[in-house]
Design a protein around this ligand. Structure first.
Ligand SMILES: Cc1cc2nc3c(=O)[nH]c(=O)nc-3n(C[C@H](O)[C@H](O)[C@H](O)COP(=O)(O)OP(=O)(O)OC[C@H]3O[C@@H](n4cnc5c(N)ncnc54)[C@H](O)[C@@H]3O)c2cc1C
Length: 511
């Protein structure tokens, strides 16, 4: 993990008054009951504080959310995270183990379909995917080493344009076709961060590096993990559901209480406020703070990107694509359909399609395809879904949109009942204001001070009693993840305890 640093800049009047405060009279208020807010609540409760958790929705978990797939299969769909990113010292993996949540992995292989919708021979898919991931690895190394001198305008895509010709020289037969293949494989980067590869900052690409170890697919969903993370808050905090905050007022810069205003017209007073609203929400609501946020913090909020990864699950009576397990017809792991020439009516922009199939999971296997989409395609699909009046109409749209792709899977037979989808569900995070109208933070071209921006958000405004937590304030190796959100809440909880002289070892850190 990087040096997960935050700084108290001065021994303010607020800090001195915190020392003498009786914890019973100290009111802590946390906005948002996602992983960061729930973990922060847990830490504060452990230190004897009284905590009120205010949540805009009628449920806990925020972007960690399950929703039932209406297909007859007892499958729960995960609208937010499916993966645990990194297995080395990852608290979410510990929680998965404690709750006996099944996790899985696919064999490290890729199935790729070409522009005509024909499955590419496995040997080619593996060869060119290996080149693609090799360039990604080189880009991480380059970004780590040269971040200071890389232009903010350089993208990961620019790096691909330089590096692929070195790996597939002009002397190779069909070199242009082969390079083009790798360039198209690079599009799948979008499904990791929620934005296109050509907008990925190369200068701050290193901030996308994850915790070491494996990426595990959470086959059982995050539900039991969420229950465990939420338990202390459910048992020990006061929770106000369906309460949306629209203004946070500090009485002055150095002390006094904070007033929190809600859409329902309430005005609540607190000594400390931890705001875990997503970065996308902060971007749209910089006017929610009085006095205005300092310019450095406002700049940080506007500079860090916010992606729009979305997902659609399409279920079938049987996993017809697994009937033929021959090497070249095997669909397993992360799969990609390159810019389709065969879906011109629905997809004239030829957005490529990424998916995983869930039938070959060892635990909780089900006959479902999980499609990931991002960037312009997310905007288009969620825009269309928002216009449709009913679940039936939305399902019709989704079946129609994805049919060109699932009908290219091995053993598809238009007339077979096994190949007719019988349930679907798509996320609409872009239409969800409480999710910040997007998925999670990322790093886009034009970014000049990415690491300093994250630190500015992490620092928050403790002298005003206003703290920020959430995946956008996480340690660098866990930005944008459930683990990062959990760590960020833990860190703010400990910092508040320290400020009240209740930190570990009873030491107050001011400098
Ligand atoms: C499609 C998708 C896929 C993902 N995949 C993965 C993955 O595979 N692995 C992984 O580790 N992470 C993944 N993530 C990221 C992960 O879900 C988030 O990083 C994490 O859940 C964020 O937690 P949080 O506490 O920071 O924010 P949130 O969970 O968003 O919590 C914030 C809470 O604040 C509430 N709120 C917001 N505004 C207000 C307001 N004004 N008033 C009151 N309440 C408010 C919200 O309702 C919400 O409950 C994914 C996210 C998405 C969207």
């Amino acid at each position: 993990m990087d040096a997960y640093s935050v700084s108290f800049t001065s021994a303010s009047q607020r800090n001195f008054s915190r020392i003498w405060t009786d914890l019973k009279s100290c009111r802590q208020y946390i906005v948002g009951a996602g992983f960061s807010g729930l973990r922060c609540t847990d830490i504060l409760l452990q230190h004897g504080f009284e905590v009120t958790l205010i949540e805009g929705r009628n449920r806990l978990g925020g972007r960690v959310h399950q929703s039932k797939l209406p297909s007859g299969h007892k499958v729960e769909d995960t609208a937010g995270p499916n993966w645990i990113h990194g297995t080395n010292d990852n608290p979410i993996l510990d929680l998965a183990n404690e709750t006996k949540t099944a996790t899985g992995q696919w064999e490290e292989r890729s199935s790729v379909f070409d522009e005509a919708g024909k499955q590419v021979p496995a040997s080619d898919a593996i060869l060119y995917s290996t080149i693609m991931w090799d360039v990604v690895g080189a880009a991480f190394a380059y970004s780590n080493k040269h971040s200071a001198t890389i232009s903010p305008d350089e993208s990961l895509w620019d790096f691909f344009k330089k590096e692929v010709p070195k790996r597939i020289p002009d002397t190779e037969e069909n070199f242009e076709r082969k390079r083009n293949f790798v360039y198209q494989l690079a599009d799948q980067w979008g499904a990791f961060v929620g934005s296109h590869v050509f907008t990925q900052s190369l200068k701050f690409f290193w901030l996308e590096e994850c915790i070491d170890g494996e990426n595990l697919f959470v086959a059982d969903t995050y539900e039991k993990i969420l229950q465990l993370v939420a338990k202390p808050a459910m048992e020990g905090a006061k929770i106000k559901y369906e309460t949306i905050v629209n203004k946070i007022q500090s009485t002055n810069d150095e002390g006094g209480t904070l007033k929190v205003h809600t859409e329902g017209g309430e005005s609540l007073e607190f000594d400390e406020v931890v705001l875990t609203a997503p970065l996308g929400w902060l971007k749209r609501h910089t006017d929610a703070f009085e006095p205005a946020l300092p310019s450095r913090l406002s700049k940080a909020i506007q500079s860090i990107g916010y992606g729009c990864l979305e997902k659609a699950y399409i279920s079938f009576p049987k996993a017809f694509w697994t009937l033929d397990r021959s090497e070249d017809n095997r669909i397993e792991g992360f799969c990609q359909m390159l810019a389709p020439d065969y879906a011109a009516d629905r997809n004239p922009k030829k957005w490529n399609q990424e998916f995983v199939e869930l039938a070959s999971l060892k635990s909780s296997a089900h006959p479902t395809m999980l499609y990931y989409f991002y960037g312009d395609q997310s905007k288009f699909i969620t825009g269309e879904l928002a216009k449709l009046p009913s679940k039936e109409k939305k399902d019709e749209f989704l079946y129609d949109w994805f049919k060109p792709y699932y009908s290219r899977l091995p053993n598809y037979d238009e007339k077979s009942p096994d190949c007719q989808p019988n349930g679907c569900y798509a996320t609409e995070w872009l239409n969800d204001e409480l999710a910040g109208n997007g998925s999670y933070s990322n790093f886009q071209v034009g970014l000049e001070e990415g690491d300093a921006d994250i630190k500015a958000m992490r620092d928050g405004l403790p002298n005003r009693g206003l703290w920020l937590a959430g995946e956008h304030t996480a340690p660098f190796v866990a930005l944008g993840t459930a683990t990062g959100a959990y760590w960020s809440g833990e860190s703010v909880g400990k910092r508040i305890a320290q400020a009240y002289f209740r930190g570990e070892g009873g030491v107050m850190t001011l400098g």
